[in-house]
Design a protein around this ligand. Structure first.
Ligand code: HPA
Length: 273
């Protein structure tokens, strides 16, 4: 048995002891985007360091807890804090919780992230539904996983984001009078932000927004045939001809301005899953 398979089974057994296997939706919350937690009737919250084989979140702005509870009647697992490649983890470590949540029984995965907006139509605080992505991060999370336990070896990526979840999010946004753009997300390693020349390049290759997460999790979700949807909140406007310096504090503050509307959007869709 592959070591990763054993580790997944151990974590799953541990979490089953706290009813996490009843969850039907998995949620991964991005930088500065934690308000959704307040919509959950929390039944259990476990710090990552107590869950076997879970990595520990090293980013101060991310709390490291795995939450189990209900949104309406829908049982959910929410990751309060995710793992990034720039923290020093391998891609397999970053995506470990996705495999665990799927093995526990989730049927849908919703993700959010903070991203730099390169499409000039996107302004700070805007929400963008990922329609597609470009992976510029190294070390693929599927590398070396040759057993069928992990899913198909060469996952198709012609439709990485689930159409049905996307339309549910679009109709929920329309109902609430919220604008939800669509766009292509490019993932980079970070942790530095991009130079003017890099933003110009990323825009040129077809990306609307840029960030340091989400893509590894979505690749694994596709291998697991787990329908997923992701929304970026634009936290900085990346116009290479007029680029302003930006700090993590500002990124978190701007994400905070969109947190409420993003949470309401996720909640209204989750209630129907
Ligand atoms: N670049 C990369 N990642 C980001 C950015 C950015 O401009 N903003 C928020 N996350």
């Amino acid at each position: 048995m592959h070591k990763l398979e054993e580790q997944i089974n151990t974590a799953v057994n541990y979490l089953q002891g706290f009813n996490y296997h009843q969850a039907r939706v998995g949620i991964v919350l991005g930088t500065g985007l934690g308000q959704l937690i307040h919509h959950i009737q929390i039944e259990k919250s476990i710090p990552y360091n107590e869950i076997p084989h879970f990595p520990l979140s090293t980013v101060e702005s991310h709390k490291g807890q795995l939450i189990y509870g209900k949104i309406g009647d829908t049982p959910v697992i929410a990751m309060q804090g995710r793992f990034h490649y720039y923290e020093g983890y391998s891609m397999q470590e970053i995506t470990f919780p996705i495999r665990v949540m799927k093995a526990l029984g989730i049927r849908h995965l919703l993700l959010s992230n903070a991203a730099g907006g390169m499409n000039p139509a996107f302004k700070n605080g805007d929400m963008v539904l990922l329609d597609d992505h470009i992976n510029l991060q190294p070390e693929n999370p599927l590398r070396g996983l040759n057993s069928s336990f992990f899913g198909t070896r060469f996952p198709d990526m012609s439709q990485p984001y689930d159409k049905q979840l996307g339309s549910l999010l679009q109709s929920a946004a329309a109902d609430k009078g919220l604008t939800l753009h669509t766009g292509v997300y490019v993932s980079v390693t970070g942790p530095n932000l991009e130079t003017r020349a890099e933003y110009r390049f990323l825009r040129l290759i077809g990306a609307d927004m840029v960030g340091m997460s989400t893509v590894p999790e979505v690749i694994v979700a596709n291998q697991l045939q787990l329908p997923c949807a992701a929304i970026s909140v634009i936290t900085d406007e990346c116009d290479p001809d007029n680029l302003k310096a930006v700090s993590l504090e500002e990124i978190i503050a701007v994400a905070g301005t969109a947190d409420k509307k993003l949470s309401e959007l996720f909640v209204s869709v989750i209630k129907h899953l």
